[in-house]
Ligand binder design. Structure first.
Ligand code: AKB
Length: 344
């Protein structure tokens, strides 16, 4: 079986590193990576070719490649995007638009669907305040799509762009013989937590940051209130979801955007779990009003019925197994034995 040609943008990010390791372990892929930065040593050998540079400025180069699957992970996350909104829009929207245009162009020209996997986010939702959020509880994909952040607006708009290029693309779907269109699929990820990499630029970062600080015996001041609740997921489950959706037959998919869920936890719950594992951990709460406002606009949890029904989504970890079988054992090793195993 010939290798599948895969492009992974944002390859140096948390999802990127974990995905490269998983695809490489699976075998059968020629992985081309792209990022502003050089690949870390841990994954350098797993990439057939690394295209270093600004995605938007380098887009023309991608037209020369015959990619079967694109995992477009490059993004400026919610907290960073609130500080540098214009740059976030350039990366999150212009970058995605240009890559979708490339996928649509090649799908039509070579009559072969380019599959386009896109990580959207719970940031695509928006609640006016914590009370409205609590009243809504678990939300479905088509509810409360009123994001409060630049990042959330970018993700929601790019979901629509993906739907446009994979279904309508210049209204060509109305042609007597519609052309082959790219195959866009998106997942609204909750806060993701890896035992092997640290988050940057996000607002769900307080969860992993608190745990990694506790593992190192460092004090941590949490920037949201203890009662703050959103959904989280172990990185291995996020990768499992991306691969499951990528492998699903297009005929089984009646949507392009899917919620996925694993567990929902308060910031106070994270503290309890951290203290159970590291009793001397010093964890305090110093809410940052703007970042608190961002998380208060995100749902407590999401309904993933569609993902379970249409492509067999099922998380491996719930809140207990996440801590007891994945996260705590790995960060104990990581911080007790710096330099030990580094992959998902
Ligand atoms: C962020 O905090 O910006 C991301 C997300 C929830 O999409 N981790």
């Amino acid at each position: 079986m010939s290798e599948k040609a895969v492009l992974i943008t944002g390859a140096c990010g948390e999802i990127g590193q974990a995905l490269i390791q998983n695809l490489s372990a699976r075998g059968g892929y020629r992985i081309v990576t792209a990022d502003l930065a050089l690949l870390p040593d841990t994954i350098k050998s797993l990439s057939a070719e690394h295209l270093q540079g600004d995605l938007v400025n380098r887009i023309k180069q991608f037209y020369d490649y015959d990619f079967d699957i694109i995992y477009h992970l490059a993004a400026s996350l919610s907290s960073k995007a609130e500080v540098a909104t214009e740059e976030a829009h350039r990366i999150n929207v212009e970058g995605t638009m240009q890559l979708l245009m490339m996928a649509a162009y090649r799908s039509e020209k070579y009559k072969k669907e380019v599959k386009f996997l896109f990580p959207s986010s719970i940031a695509a939702y928006g609640f006016s305040n914590a009370a409205a959020k609590h009243a809504a509880g678990v939300v479905k994909e088509d509810e409360y799509n009123t994001p409060h952040t630049m990042y959330g607006c970018n993700k929601l708009y790019c979901e629509k762009l993906g739907m446009y290029y994979s279904r309508y693309n210049g209204q060509r779907h109305l042609d007597p013989q519609p052309p082959v269109m790219c195959d866009f699929r998106a997942i609204r990820f909750p806060g993701l937590i890896s035992a092997f990499t640290l988050p940057s630029g996000g607002t769900s970062d307080y969860g992993p940051d608190m745990l990694h600080a506790a593992g190192q015996g460092l004090p941590y001041a949490c920037f949201v209130r203890p009662d703050t609740r959103i959904s989280f997921m172990a990185m291995p489950d996020a990768i499992k979801a991306l691969l499951l959706l990528a492998d699903a037959p297009r005929a089984n998919l009646s949507h392009v955007v899917y919620n996925i869920s694993s567990f929902s936890l308060t910031a106070g719950g994270f503290r309890q779990r951290a203290l159970q594992a590291f009793p001397s951990a010093q964890i305090s709460f110093q809410p940052n009003p703007r970042r608190q406002g961002i998380v208060d606009s995100w749902p407590e949890d999401v309904d993933d019925t569609l993902a379970r029904a249409e492509w067999g989504w099922q998380p491996q970890y719930d809140v207990d197994t996440f801590f007891d079988e994945y996260f705590i054992p790995e960060i104990r090793k990581r911080y007790r034995h710096p330099g030990m195993r580094t992959n998902e």
